[in-house]
Design a binder for this molecule. Structure first.
Ligand SMILES: Nc1ncnc2c1ncn2[C@@H]1O[C@H](COP(=O)(O)OP(=O)(O)OP(=O)(O)O)[C@@H](O)[C@H]1O
Length: 249
């Protein structure tokens, strides 16, 4: 992120009157109907709502994986619409980490190699990539499992590898689209607590989506999606971020 967002002068993400329309054959689907939305540095935001309400579409636009039909998306104060594909990829790789519902780990690579991958793709020397990946895996509590391939890990452990991978490039924002959808309720809760802890300790901003209201108890900013608009049951942003017992700012 540039210095302006680091010192809080511009939001990390800003959506201005964003719409998204999909066309399947003859029939248009308006997935987002004019969204205004801001994520500030260090925020932890839950996007919740029923299936089909527009959560993934919103995450994809925030992560520049897709473009709006109308309206503007600004990342770190920079308007995304006018950028070339290369400039957009560069902005994304520099600033944003992703966690997906199906973990998306490379099956033939170990946990360590999976986490090293984003750094190696960006040209970091192997020794440095290894050191930073080991550090991230330790932060998510997997130092004992670094040599295991994904198939040897539980769903919760695989998602923790994915979180370590999302964090390894030190992004200002991690987008986690339904990160707990394939986990049982205990592991789902542990994943949210882990993300809250990283947010609290390191200041990484998180936006995560879920249809499970039970996961929202400890999240202070909630954005409810309802048929393509932000619903009335949203909780406003808070200047102070959530702290988990035993963690430090
Ligand atoms: N690629 C696409 N092509 C056509 N329609 C789409 C596409 N992606 C999403 N939609 C439609 O847009 C609307 C919003 O979908 P979206 O996936 O954003 O909702 P969601 O809240 O994330 O749902 P879920 O929780 O089931 O993932 C739905 O009506 C969906 O069918």
């Amino acid at each position: 992120m540039n210095t302006l967002s680091k010192i809080g002068m511009v939001p990390l993400v800003e959506l201005r009157r964003v719409t998204k329309r999909y066309q399947i054959g003859e029939k248009p689907v308006i997935a987002l109907k004019g969204i205004d939305f801001v994520i500030q540095p260090r925020e932890f935001v839950a996007i919740w709502g029923p299936s089909g309400s527009g959560k993934s579409t919103l995450c994809n636009l925030i992560g520049m994986l897709d473009s709006p039909t109308t309206g503007n998306v600004l990342i770190d104060g920079e308007e995304v619409n006018g950028l070339t594909d290369n400039a957009r990829s560069e902005l994304r790789n520099r600033n944003i980490g992703f966690v997906f519902q199906s973990f998306n780990l490379v099956p033939v690579l170990s946990a360590l190699e999976n986490v090293m991958l984003p750094l190696q793709i960006s040209g970091a020397p192997v020794a440095e990539a290894r050191e930073r990946a080991l550090q991230r895996l330790a932060e998510v509590g997997l130092e004992e499992h670094v040599a295991h391939r994904p198939a040897k890990l539980s769903g919760g452990q695989q998602q923790r590898v994915a979180i370590a991978r999302a964090l390894v490039t030190d992004p200002a924002l991690v987008i986690a689209d339904e990160p707990t959808a394939n986990l049982d309720s205990g592991n789902a809760r542990r994943i949210i607590e882990l993300m809250l802890k990283i947010n609290s300790r390191q200041g990484t901003a998180f936006v995560f989506s879920t249809h499970d209201q039970r996961l929202l108890e400890s999240v202070k900013r909630r954005v409810q999606m309802e048929d393509g608009v932000i619903g009335s049951d949203s909780m406003p942003p808070r200047s102070a971020q959530t702290r988990i017992a035993g963690t430090h700012p």
